[in-house]
Ligand binder design. Structure first.
Ligand SMILES: [Fe+2]
Ligand SMILES: [Fe+2]
Length: 218
């Protein structure tokens, strides 16, 4: 049971597609397969770079892939709903009960409002999720109608989460087009995410850093 099995599953595909459509209707940025893949990949890589066991990294990848699937029911409490949805699917796919339990906790704790890093894979999912800020996430085709979230995401040309095991540092590197959005706007909406990422990094024994256009800011 690996990430690829989840990605190929017809039910997962259908749920993520509907979740993303509904989020677009509500004016949110992209929350579909692209976000799922990216967060799963980053979560898996964070643990691999830090020298964690491969299976643990794979579980982080699966939890990352599932983390926002609960949006198919409602944005509010989507983390909790997502954990239950993932449980049903993983049971059907025959996954080990203990692994499912670990994944449920990671999905259920990924939102900064009411979540906490509760395990290594949970911390990895948080870091993956909070580092996905990028122009390709913007649904709104009308740049004049952008809200602050659209503007900040659209301004980000490159985002990369750098993991340095030797320095025990995890750095989110962003390149921002300052004509579209100022760095101050980024902080206005992303401060709570940065603090959450810092807690997640600490859980993994690392410092969290942020650079915008090459300048260290956090
Ligand atoms: Fe979420
Ligand atoms: Fe997310």
């Amino acid at each position: 049971m690996v990430v690829k099995d989840v990605e190929r599953d017809a039910e997962v595909i259908a749920l993520l597609r509907r979740a993303n459509e509904q989020m677009a209707v509500l004016g949110y940025t992209e929350h579909g397969q692209r976000h799922a893949r990216l967060v799963g990949n980053i979560a898996q890589n964070v643990l691999l770079w830090l020298g964690h066991p491969e299976r643990e990294a794979e579980l982080a990848g699966i939890a990352g892939y599932f983390h926002d699937i609960g949006n198919v029911i409602h944005r509010v409490h989507h983390a909790r709903a997502g954990a239950m949805i993932a449980r049903d699917i993983l049971l059907r796919l025959g996954m080990d009960f203990d692994e499912i339990a670990l994944i449920m906790g990671a999905i259920g704790n990924h939102e900064e409002e009411r979540g906490d890093p509760v395990s290594e894979i949970s911390a990895a999912v948080i870091l993956g999720d909070k580092s996905d800020v990028h122009r390709s996430r913007v649904h709104n085709p009308d740049t004049l109608a952008f809200d602050i979230h659209d503007r900040v995401n659209f301004a980000v040309r490159r985002s990369f989460l750098r993991v340095e095991e030797d320095k025990k540092t995890i750095t989110l590197e962003l390149d921002i087009d300052t004509e579209v959005s100022r760095a101050a706007e980024y902080f206005e909406i992303f401060m709570s995410r940065m603090l959450f990422s810092r807690r997640a990094a600490r859980f993994l024994g690392c410092r969290f850093a942020l650079t915008i256009n090459g300048n260290s800011l956090f």
